[in-house]
Design a protein around this ligand. Sequence first.
Ligand code: ADP
Ligand code: GLC
Length: 470
Amino acid sequence: MVIYHLSMECFPVAKVGGLGDVVGALPKYQNKIPGIQARVVMPWYNREYVRSHEFESVFEGWIHQNQTPYAVEVLKQKDSTLGFELYLVRIPGLLDRENPYGYWDESQQYLAFQHAALHWLSAMSRKVDVLHCHDSHTGLVPFLIEHCPEFEPLRGVRTIGTIHNGEYQGQMHWEMLSYFPPVRDRAHLGLLDWDGKINPLAAMIKCAHAFNAVSMGYMEELLVDFKGLECLIQMERAKAYGIINGIDTEIWDPQTDSHLPYHYKKSTALEGKAKNKAIVCEAFGLNPDLPLFGFIGRFAGEKGADFLPAIIVESIVRTYGALNIIVLGSGDPGLEKTLEELTLKFSNFALGLGYNEGLSHQIYAASDFLLMPSRVEPCGLNQMYAMRYGTVPIVRYTGGLKDTVKDISSGGAGLNFTYASSEACVEAMLRALSLYQQVPTMKALVHSNMDFDFSWERSAKNYVTLYESY
Ligand code: ADP
Ligand code: GLC
C-alpha cells in the first residue's frame, strides 16, 4: 500500500508545532509495517534543512491559477535518512518561502500546493493507494481528485483527512474559485461551501472517505463545538474517528538526545534531571534548588498562554518565591512584551523568546513540572515529551490532554484542572508543590512517567487499519 502524506509541515524540514512532529514521525513508523510505503509531500522552503541536503528533480510542469501560469518542480530527497521518501513541491513566487504560514496570499499558496502535488501524481501516473491530508491546508484534495478532470488518474483513490486543529478551517471567499483547477460539473461546487464561503476543512469532512481528530477526547468535543461545523460533523459522524498521536521515541530519548548536556535513563533520572536543571538554571539565572515549572508553546489563546502573566505573578507571590518558572515560546507580541517585563520584576521567572528546538528539549529534561493551561488541545505532544523525560505534566482537562494525563488523585501521572483560568492552574501548581515535597512519591512518579508507552507503533497501525477499511 502506497500512502502519500500531504502536509505544510514535517520535522526536521519545517516545524511550527505538533503537526511537524506528527508528519515527521507517523510515516517513518508506518514504513516499519510490512507492505506499507509511506511518503511525505510538502512545499519547498528556503530553509537550512533544504539547503544542506541533496535533492534531485523528479518532475517539471505547469499549473494555472486565475489564468496565470506557474512553473512547478518536484524534488525528491536523495537519501532516505528520515525513514520515508520526502518530496518537495517548488513554485517560484508561491512555494519557495521561508515559513509555512503567515503570508497575505496563504489561500492561494495552499491551493497551489494541493494543485501542484496532484498534478504531479496524476501526470506521472504514480501508484497511489491513499492520500492522507493533514489539516485544512490540504483539505481540498478529496474534492479536487473527484471533481477536476485534470486529476482523473487519481479518481477513487482513498482519502483520509486528519484534523490536527479545528480552529483553523482555511475559509476563503468564493472569488478564489478562479484559482482552482477547472471543475467538471459546477453542480458539485456546494461540496466546497460552508456558511457562504469556501471552507477547506468542511470540504475535507464532506469529501474524504474518512476523517479523524488526533484524539478521541477532541473528536467528542468537536461534535458539540467545532466553530460552526458541529452539525456537519454530526451528519458525517459515521466516518469520524479519533486516533491519538504518538511521539518519535528515537528522537525524544533522554538517553541519547543530542540537545541534552546530560543523558539519563530511568535508573539515573533523578541525578540526570538535576544536572540538566542546574545547567538551564545557571543559563537563565534561576536558583536550581527550587522546583522548576516549564511552559513551551505558541503564545496563542488555544494554549492558554494569556493566562501566563497571572499564573507567574500569583504562583510566585502565593508561595513567597518557592518555585521557578521558565517559559519558551513566541506569538502574540503584547504577551511577549508583558512576559519580558515580568522577567525584570521576578527573579524566579525566566523567558526564552522565539523558536528553539534545542532549548525545548533541555526544558523538558530540566523541569520538574510542565504547565499546559490549554483552552483547546486537540492532542498535545508536550505532555508526552515531558513524561518521557520524567517530568510531571500539569494540564487543563481538555481534548487529548484528557486522554493522556490522568490526575494522581485517581492513580494518574500528572495533575489536572478543569477550568480554563489562571486561578485553577495556580491551585494545581500548589498541589504540585506539596507533591514535590513528598520525595518518595515524586520519585516514583518520575520513574513511572518514563515508562509510559506513547510510541507511534499502535497509532501508526490504527491509521493503516482505517485506510484498509475503505
Ligand atoms: P501545537 O502543535 O498546537 O503547537 P503540540 O503540543 O502538538 O502543540 O506540539 C508543539 C510542538 O512544538 C512540540 O514539539 C513543542 O516542543 C514544540 N514547540 C512549541 N513551541 C516551541 C518553541 N518556542 N521552541 C521550540 N519548540 C517549540
Ligand atoms: C495541533 C494541535 C495539537 C496537536 C498537534 C499535532 O497543532 O494544536 O494539540 O498535538 O496538532 O496533531
